[in-house]
Design a protein around this ligand. Structure first.
Ligand SMILES: NC(=O)c1ccc[n+]([C@@H]2O[C@H](COP(=O)([O-])OP(=O)(O)OC[C@H]3O[C@@H](n4cnc5c(N)ncnc54)[C@H](O)[C@@H]3O)[C@@H](O)[C@H]2O)c1
Length: 262
């Protein structure tokens, strides 16, 4: 048996939301290298165009589609366009996400809370629901991958809406997995920690960067390429008996508490 072949995405179609972001673009590269056809969705069309040029200038295997995941019509149009072009969707990666403001509890606003939950939770739910419905209609044994964070499990100061939304994304994963198991559609979650992407590089290279790095058991942030194994596992048939799982890829960050002095 050639076990490595299980990880291939050849002839598979994957939709990635938030594709133009720091992490999204890295996930796109990994899925492309694994052989997938891709539809890249994001609100930021200019960045999508640049990403298309960098990934697949011929446009043979990659399409882009402007899409706001908080807008149901946008999601339905994304599905329609993907179906018109590639005729199927095997994998959805829900990577669109926002961090929200860097504010202590009493400084947080209801607007910020709504924005973070709208994109991170409602957007993931809405894309996954419509795309899984499409998969059922097409008899596709699809895979849905939600993106959480170490903060879906551990608490951190000034991140109440973000961390709460990511905890909810993890439970969304478990609940959707149970709903969709009857259709052989699997729903899993990837929970990265500190990644070397623009979203967190500013913090890691800032005045407190050394302290942040010291709080990571492995002592460093991850290169986005270190998500390749876990992503391809969840996106491919190599994980055929996994559903409802949260896979943490964070150098142990979610499990490490603050060390108290002796
Ligand atoms: N970068 C990290 O270290 C890290 C760590 C853990 C988890 N994550 C998670 O990974 C995901 C991506 O993070 P990132 O670092 O790429 O962030 P990023 O800010 O670089 O990218 C997010 C992307 O999502 C897009 N987006 C925002 N709102 C959208 C909407 N309503 N509809 C469609 N697209 C929208 C943005 O245009 C952007 O391209 C997020 O869910 C984040 O919480 C990131």
């Amino acid at each position: 048996m050639n076990w490595i072949k299980q990880f291939s995405l050849e002839n598979q179609v994957a939709v990635v939301t938030g594709a133009a972001g720091g992490l999204g673009r890295e996930l796109v590269k990994i899925l492309f290298d694994a052989g997938a056809y891709l539809v890249l969705a994001d609100t930021d069309e200019a960045s999508l165009r640049l990403l298309l040029q960098a990934t697949d200038p011929s446009g043979e295997r990659v399409r882009i589609q402007q899409c706001d995941v908080t807008n149901e019509q946008d999601i339905l149009f994304l599905i329609e366009q993907t179906n018109n072009h590639f005729k199927r969707i095997d994998v959805l990666v829900n990577c669109a996400g926002v961090l929200g403001s860097d504010a202590a509890l009493f400084d947080q606003t209801a607007e910020d809370w709504d924005r973070v939950f709208d994109v991170n939770l409602k957007g993931s739910w809405m894309a996954a629901t419509h795309i899984s419905q499409y998969m059922v209609a097409q008899h596709i044994k699809g895979r849905i991958i939600n993106i959480s964070s170490s903060l879906g499990l551990r608490a951190q100061l000034k991140r109440v809406p973000y961390a709460s939304s990511k905890a909810a994304v993890e439970h969304l994963t478990r609940n959707m997995a149970m709903e969709l198991v009857q259709y052989q559609i699997r729903v899993n979650c990837l929970a990265p920690g500190w990644m070397n992407t623009p979203m967190v590089e500013g913090i890691l290279n800032g005045p407190n960067g050394k302290n942040w790095r010291a709080a990571i058991p492995m002592g460093r942030a991850a290169e986005p390429s270190e998500l390749a194994g876990p992503l391809l596992l969840l996106a491919s048939t190599a994980s055929s008996y996994m559903t409802g799982t949260v896979l943490r890829v964070d150098g142990g960050y979610a499990y490490c508490g603050i060390e108290l002095p002796e």
